[in-house]
Design a protein around this ligand. Structure first.
Ligand code: URA
Length: 438
């Protein structure tokens, strides 16, 4: 079999057999496929799609490109579970929800991702913390999960290596928006982590890879169907990404906001509601709580008792971050030299937010990658970001830009003014949960 022939077969819209897909994934993992060939394969899948049987074969082969974790030797006294988002802007949910779940008795071995397209990545956010290591051996990963209830790591040569390579190349080659590639990327990581329960947060809206309701609902059913075929109990919520849930976009700023949510110092209401909605479903799916109402009480207790905050602190320290990070976060997180508030031309209520433009504005500030090898600036971004329905005037900015250079701040300002529209009428609030599968 020639790799080139198989890429051509997919380019012409023909079906690949499971054996052919395994051969391609081996080539991605072991390096027989060049970066150009991997990108060509990804582009062929983006343009031609894949049948469900091909997607099951792709996901299975990507899962088996490394080890699949076996947790029996750890004698855990709770379920192994995880949540994963299909990609959003200012989406710091995992940083808040994972410690809440751990504080409720779950074990959360999270293999996460970096920024993809205009969306942010949990690993990039965590690397704003000095010393934090996302690259861990499987032994370290398992021990940390047993000891602290959670760990957040990246794909590695041992865990989902095919996704590690394909993910970075897709980002670079504009091959992100493919349901087949998104599901295989997510599920291969989650299956490799050996979890028992997964809740998908399928984002829908102008900041998501699935802008309309039908595509988002289809992606949610596709992922749950394939997960179940591969033995993973999975459900999905479709959630709104027509506005940023939090008040921050950017790595340091999002870590600080996650910390503030856990301490209770500042809790964006939509972010809290999203964490509770996702957490409720997961605690019920895994049998940790009998009803959504009881699950909500347990999640709020985890926050109010500071148990979730303790898990967050333990997770950071176990991964190499400072032991006193929670107490002294502002001194550890890098801060940008320029802070520029941006005001709307006319006072009024925020009507609409183009979240894709907000994600692109972060890349323009240096907080995202243009090339796979780019270093990112963890200090830059947006804070005090308004919500749809916020009243803005000369005293309340749309957001505060954090930038390293004046020309970048000015470009970002222009993009923000294009991205956020105001008007005289207060708009109706957007619902947070738009659909549910499983
Ligand atoms: N998250 C992932 O892990 N992969 C994708 O392709 C999209 C979101």
């Amino acid at each position: 079999m020639w790799m080139k022939e198989l890429i051509d077969k997919k380019r012409r819209g023909q079906l690949l057999s499971a054996q052919e897909i395994e051969f391609l994934v081996k080539g991605i993992t072991q390096g027989q496929l060049s970066d150009a060939q991997v990108a060509a394969f990804a582009m062929a899948v983006c343009c031609q799609g894949m049948a469900v049987a091909e997607q099951v074969a792709l996901t299975r082969a990507m899962r088996d490109s490394g080890s699949v974790l076996d947790w029996r030797d750890m004698h855990l006294d709770g379920p192994l579970l995880d949540k994963h988002s299909t990609g959003g802007v200012g989406d710091l949910t995992s940083l808040v929800l994972a410690p809440m779940l751990a504080a409720c008795g779950a074990y959360v071995p999270m293999i996460s991702g970096r920024g993809l397209g205009h969306t942010g990545g949990t690993l990039d956010k965590l690397e704003a913390i000095p010393g934090f290591r996302t690259c861990r051996s499987t032994g370290e990963f398992k021990t940390q999960v047993k000891q602290t209830g959670l760990a957040i790591v990246e794909q590695s040569s041992q865990l989902a290596p095919a996704d590690k390579r394909l993910y970075a190349i897709r980002d670079n080659a504009a091959c992100v928006e493919s349901a087949a590639l998104i599901q295989a990327s997510i599920l291969s990581k989650k299956l490799a982590a050996g979890i028992q329960y997964l809740l998908l947060d399928v984002k829908q809206g102008n900041g998501a890879f699935m802008p309309d309701t039908d595509n988002a609902a289809q992606l949610a059913s596709l992922i749950t169907q394939i997960a179940q075929q591969l033995g993973l109990s999975c459900a999905a919520l479709v959630t709104d990404m027509n506005q940023v849930f939090s008040a921050s976009v950017g790595h340091s700023l999002e870590v600080q906001e996650a910390l503030d949510s856990l301490t209770g110092q500042r809790r964006a209401s939509r972010l809290l509601e999203l964490c509770l909605a996702l957490g409720e479903r997961l605690l019920c799916l895994s049998g940790l709580q009998p009803t959504p109402e009881q699950a909500r009480v347990a999640l709020m207790k985890a926050l109010d008792s500071q148990k979730a905050l303790e898990r967050f602190a333990a997770m950071i320290h176990a991964a190499g971050g400072p032991a006193d990070f929670v107490e002294r976060a502002a001194t550890y997180l890098p801060q940008a030299p320029i802070q520029l508030p941006v005001y709307a031309g006319d006072s009024g209520y925020v009507q609409q937010m183009d979240c894709r433009k907000l994600g692109i504005s972060l890349i323009g500030l240096g907080g995202g990658r243009v090339q796979a090898t780019d270093c990112i600036d963890h200090s830059v971004g947006l804070s005090e970001l308004c919500q749809v329905g916020t009243f803005v005037d000369s005293g309340r900015p749309l957001a505060v830009i954090h930038a390293r250079h004046h020309h970048q701040a000015e470009k970002c300002r222009a993009l923000l003014l294009e991205a956020i529209k105001t008007g005289p009428q207060k708009p109706a609030p957007h619902p947070i949960i738009l659909g549910e599968v499983g």
